[in-house]
Design a protein around this ligand. Structure first.
Ligand SMILES: [Zn+2]
Length: 302
């Protein structure tokens, strides 16, 4: 389709280079709310969809892939009180091992990543499901504080929805462990690629542990991400959130709150944050090919 440019040697070189260019992963979003509510709320719906799309595009632009990511998203009442609430929840829906192209044998990979590594859709299930707490926009949960649906990272005293979506889809794309928090076992006796990045200071890597050791590690407050890309970026391993007692939905699947500056994948909202920061290197450790930010070129032909 660009053949008319082939007469120009410089552009021919561009075409050759372009064949090596990595493409952002396509994403298909289905809003599963009923008519008139959630993402289809007559007042808030358009702004909710716009902010959600903004965050989804930000993620997709950074992840290389060819297999469309199927996303289902909704708003539902998740409760809370005047000072505390779950803002959203998201996760991948299936995991896969020993698929064609799997980097490591007998290791679970989350569906959105496994699909890209395999080059085909390994499951008809949606890859990622996400729910956001509609109660936040009401008067009771978090009081007068509501979601902010602008995309300029300037939420004032409200909660930046773009940040929440970015965080939740960090989980959806793979920033989540599969370890059984009741007994320390891997899922069906097989490690997950996230768990393989983890080490406990003074004990060792999670894949060298007994189930009892791994169970103890979950609440040791001494868990660190030891994957090579994160270590190279930070000059050492990086602390993972592993408080005692175990916090369902928070422990292990977040960076520790002591990290400075704050990181997108910490367990609590700390303000507007539109940067995937260290999630980039963590995702590289998991097996994602992460693209440079839009507008940044790694090479120049001119
Ligand atoms: Zn989280």
């Amino acid at each position: 389709m660009r053949a008319h440019r082939l007469a120009m040697p410089t552009l021919a070189a561009l075409l050759v280079a372009a064949s090596f260019e990595l493409a952002a992963v396509p994403v298909n979003v289905t809003y599963t709310d009923s008519a008139g509510e959630g993402f289809f709320d007559p007042v808030l719906g358009p702004a909710r969809q716009a902010a959600f799309s903004y965050a989804m595009n930000l993620w997709a632009s950074r992840l290389q892939g060819t297999v469309p990511v199927q996303v289902q998203a909704s708003f539902d009442p998740l409760g809370g009180n005047a000072s505390s609430a779950v803002l959203g929840q998201a996760g991948f829906t299936t995991v896969h091992a020993n698929f064609p192209g799997a980097p490591l044998p007998n290791v679970w990979y989350p569906q959105p990543l496994a699909n890209q590594l395999a080059g085909s859709d390994l499951s008809p299930q949606p890859d990622i499901t996400a729910v956001f707490n509609s109660d936040v926009d009401g008067p009771v949960v978090l009081g007068a504080t509501s979601f902010y649906y602008g995309t300029d990272a300037n939420p004032g005293t409200n909660i930046d929805f773009v940040t929440v979506v970015l965080h939740e889809f960090g989980h959806g794309y793979g920033f989540t462990d599969l370890i059984d928090s009741s007994n320390g076992q891997w899922l069906l006796g097989q490690p997950d690629i996230y768990g393989l990045q983890l080490t406990q200071h003074g004990v060792g890597d999670f894949d060298t542990m007994s189930n009892a050791q791994r169970l103890a590690a979950l609440t040791s407050n001494q868990v660190y991400w030891n994957g090579p890309n994160v270590v190279a970026a930070k000059g050492g391993d990086v602390k993972i959130y592993a408080p005692n007692p175990y916090e369902n939905g928070s422990s292990i699947s977040h960076w520790d709150v002591s990290n400075t500056p704050d990181l997108l994948m910490e367990p609590a909202y700390f303000g507007a944050h539109h940067d995937i920061d260290l999630t980039k290197q963590a995702f590289q450790d998991l097996g994602w090919t992460v693209l440079p930010p839009a507008g940044v070129q790694d090479w120049c032909l001119y």
